[in-house]
Design a protein around this ligand. Structure first.
Ligand SMILES: NC(=O)c1ccc[n+]([C@@H]2O[C@H](COP(=O)([O-])OP(=O)(O)OC[C@H]3O[C@@H](n4cnc5c(N)ncnc54)[C@H](OP(=O)(O)O)[C@@H]3O)[C@@H](O)[C@H]2O)c1
Length: 338
């Protein structure tokens, strides 16, 4: 089968290699083989190829990308949740059902082989059916970015309610899904970005024109957030930047608000005492499990939410997709057709 690998000890995109690998072994008990039709990039995939992901450089050649969707082409003994021919998306975390309860959770694209290959073996409990009307390219955007956004908004702490205000940072995969889910829940969304052009692309998604802030021009954006909310602050910050912006996120919060800590893009010192007076909370987010994924799909179906796909690359141009992501000139998701 055609595949890409990030070689052991890789330190950059130029080391990504297209290769032929043997087709996977027949699926074991509780496993399925998926013919992958599309995969999508997350910021994490840049960290993996650069040797900067959790645990450092890769210890073995690894097929990259956690997120993808395809068709089940074989099922192992005892599989009952999915059928051959069913269209599915992979869950970010793969849990061996024969392991101990609460046992090790492993993730696709590092340390497990990921979705940038024509076939993959997954656990039957590690796939979900696609949202209604979704094609493979749309579904391939969901496993990491969308589930993370869902977790931060709807699972961690108090779920978003109609009339809440949600602040999203940037215009990448997680932020744009968070915007869409927050709007569907009846919340107002304030968005910050480095680019006016990118902010303009959020208006059709339901952000009011006055509710966008360019953080290059307005580095003290938390003050503007407070002005926009008449001094009250926001109920939720989807913190996709990192510890370097946390103090501003804390300052932008309303009393009783919450921050979902997600990103590792901006590092720096932060002061959790800023939460105390506001009785606010900070939640560490690590993507989310299958139950969250399925709950999110139910919401996608009811609200007919479609992912924002900036560009689809053919398999042969996967390296260009990585370079495009690194250049940062996109809104939402980048997809690779397989
Ligand atoms: N904890 C988890 O489970 C989890 C899950 C998914 C992602 N993440 C992390 O979340 C972050 C975003 O991931 P992604 O896949 O959505 O990335 P992405 O699609 O590559 O988008 C990154 C976005 O971050 C924005 N950004 C960069 N620096 C910023 C800053 N200082 N302030 C505000 N925005 C900033 C940029 O927005 P503009 O270009 O508009 O300025 C860019 O669009 C990454 O650090 C990723 O590793 C963590």
């Amino acid at each position: 089968m055609r595949a890409y690998i990030v070689p052991k000890s890789s330190t950059g995109i130029e080391q990504l290699r297209r290769i032929d690998l043997p087709d996977p072994q027949p699926p074991g008990p509780g496993q399925v083989v998926v013919r992958v039709r599309a995969a999508s990039l997350n910021y994490r995939d840049q960290a993996v190829v650069a040797g900067r992901y959790i645990g450092g450089a890769l210890a073995r050649d690894t097929v990259p990308l956690s997120d993808g969707a395809g068709e089940v082409i074989a099922t192992g003994a005892g599989v009952s949740r999915v059928r051959i021919g069913e269209h599915v998306a992979a869950t970010f975390m793969q849990v061996d059902p024969s392991g101990p309860p609460g046992g090790a959770v492993t993730t696709l694209g590092s340390p497990l082989d990921g979705m940038l290959a024509e076939q993959i073996v997954l656990y039957e409990n590690g796939v979900v059916p696609l949202p209604e009307g979704y094609g493979f390219e749309q579904a391939a955007t969901l496993p990491c970015a969308a589930v993370t956004a869902w977790n931060a908004l709807m699972v961690a702490g108090r779920p978003v309610r109609p009339g809440d205000t949600v602040l999203v940072l940037g215009t990448g995969g997680v932020a744009v899904f968070a915007l869409q889910f927050a709007r569907a829940a009846g919340a107002r969304v304030i968005a910050i970005s480095s680019s006016d052009e990118k902010l303009a692309r959020l208006i059709p998604l339901g952000v009011r024109e006055g509710d966008t802030i360019n953080y290059r021009r307005t580095p003290e954006w938390e003050q503007q957030v407070l002005r926009l909310t008449a001094g009250r602050g926001v109920d939720v910050v989807v913190e996709t930047a990192g510890t370097g912006t946390l103090n501003r996120s804390f300052s932008a919060l309303a009393i009783g608000g919450k921050v979902g800590l997600i990103g590792v893009l901006a590092s720096g010192e932060s002061n959790p005492y800023l939460l105390m007076r506001k009785q606010a909370s900070l939640h560490g987010i690590f993507v989310g499990d299958r139950a969250m994924f399925e709950q999110m799909i139910a919401a996608i179906n009811v609200n007919r939410i479609l992912p924002v796909i900036d560009k689809v690359f053919p398999f042969e141009e996967a390296v260009s997709a990585y370079r495009h992501q690194l250049a940062g000139s996109f809104v939402g998701k980048l997809v690779i057709r397989i």
